[in-house]
Write a protein that binds this ligand. Structure first.
Ligand code: S3P
Length: 452
């Protein structure tokens, strides 16, 4: 379901230092997977810390439409009574995944080897995004897909009645594609093998193992080879969802660029396939420390402490790090604008097919704010203006993209003049409490202010 009504413009302006503790919500990737795997197991899965952003609520709705009993008990507390592998019922209506590429692609994978037909749609952003990357491998299992030109939603998938297992090398670094193939492989007899040349987030593999599936991961010259034995009986789990590093990125980066700040962001998932931003920030000279490192629910977790860092320098971000920070380039480009010298980001072509074309959206908005930005098909360079150096004073287009909206609001907290985003509505897809959480730290937001 789209969260999208009328646009909600919002302005951020420079104010006091940020301080205090920021308890960010649960991990979006893990939340989707917990609901889907809960729906595919037999019995009751209990989830705490589930992200209650619109993307995940849409996945909960889809799992209900396919026969699972999904119940909300209190903040972050949910149970799922699953239907078992291969047990999805045919949904009576179109499944609307709203803004969520992860939701639609994972659910398509999970139903593609069930003998049902389902039609998927989403908001204006999701309807522009390519689905062929998922339907191509799903066709190898025997599923059929009919959608709009260019493999766009709305799209109908006819699940394979007699699926065959698949060996598939993922052509782009994408955890969504990898996960769709693995979830389809669950209901195919025999072994499904997925090969990824570059390691992407591995929450699906970890969680499948937790639910009792037989899954092996080997590193080879070809890349990571993941072998899943089909048609297991998945055992329901108790899942504590760690807090989302991709959401933590916003208060962390805000603290680094707002003078005098000192912010603690506790309990953040630091799975190495997700933590690339924090490594990059430390290389830039950020005062960012990990405290109380531990393991929770099979994922590494720590408390992050971020302090104002006036000495950050631009760096070349290693392209091989891109999959582990793919959602964090928008906020990194904001930090880069407040560092000294250029920050060069290469190997980021995938940013062009996210909720928006994130290279274009960040380049346009930062340029409007007075930064010098250069871009190419798969790279972007932001020329830093030093602490407090970004002029600001612009209205930035967010293109239905939550991370673009949050990035420019963070920029406005440190820029010389206020920064307005044309629509803060999409923030509710992933970080519904962004505004009050940041305001509690001392951020100054308000309704739109007309900027030059
Ligand atoms: C996600 C994978 C990434 C990421 C998205 C979440 C996931 O997408 O950008 O926000 O949960 O699997 P891609 O698989 O398209 O890289």
């Amino acid at each position: 379901m789209s969260v999208h009504g009328d646009p909600i413009p919002m302005t951020a302006r420079r104010g006091a230092a940020l301080s205090g503790t920021a308890e960010v919500p649960g991990d979006k990737s893990i939340s989707h997977r917990a609901l889907i795997l809960g729906a595919l197991s037999v019995g009751e899965t209990r989830i705490t810390g589930l992200l209650e952003g619109q993307d995940v609520l849409d996945t909960a709705h889809a799992m209900r439409a396919m026969g699972a009993e999904v119940t909300h008990h209190g903040p972050g507390e949910w149970t799922v009574h699953g239907v078992g592998v291969g047990g999805f019922a045919e949904p009576a209506d179109v499944i609307d995944c709203g803004n969520s590429g992860t939701g639609v692609r994972l659910i398509m994978g999970a139903m593609a080897t069930c003998p049902i037909t389902a039609t998927f749609t989403g908001d204006a952003s999701l309807r522009k995004r390519p689905m062929g990357r998922v339907t191509d491998p799903l066709a190898l299992f025997g599923a059929q897909a009919v959608g709009r030109a260019g493999g766009r939603l709305p799209m109908t998938i006819v699940g394979a009645a007699q699926p065959v297992p698949v060996r598939y090398t993922v052509p782009v670094p994408s955890a969504q594609v990898k996960s769709a193939v693995l979830l389809a492989g669950l209901n195919a007899p025999g072994e499904t093998v997925v090969i990824e040349r570059e390691a992407t987030r591995d929450h699906t593999e970890r969680m499948l193992a937790g639910f009792g599936a037989e899954i092996r991961v080997e590193d080879s010259d070809e890349g990571r080879i993941i072998t899943l034995t089909g048609q297991p009986e998945l055992t329901p789990q108790t899942i504590a969802v760690p807090r989302d590093p991709s959401s933590a990125a916003f208060p962390v980066c805000a603290a680094l660029i707002v003078e005098g700040s000192d912010v603690l962001v506790p309990g953040i998932g630091l799975n190495p396939t997700r933590a690339g931003l924090f490594t990059t920030l430390r290389e830039m000279g950020a005062d960012l420390t990990y405290e109380n490192a531990r393991e929770e629910g099979g994922e590494p977790v720590a408390d992050l402490r971020a302090r104002f860092s006036p000495d950050m320098r631009g760096i070349e971000v290693p392209p091989e790090r891109a999959p582990s920070m793919i959602d964090e380039y928008p906020i990194l480009s904001v930090v880069a604008a407040f560092a000294q010298g250029p920050t060069v980001m290469r190997g980021i072509k995938e940013l062009r097919v996210k909720e928006s074309d994130r290279i274009a959206a960040m380049a346009d908005g930062l340029t409007a704010c007075g930064a010098r930005v250069e871009t190419g098909a798969d790279w972007m360079t932001v020329h830093g203006m030093g602490p407090g150096g970004l002029p600001g004073g612009a209205t930035c287009a967010t293109h239905l993209d939550h991370r673009i909206a949050m990035s420019f609001l963070v920029a406005g907290l440190a820029a010389q003049a206020p920064v307005t985003v044309d629509d803060a509505g999409p923030i509710a897809t992933s970080f519904p409490v962004f505004e009050p959480l940041m305001e509690r730290l001392g951020a100054t937001f308000g309704g739109a202010e007309r900027c030059v």
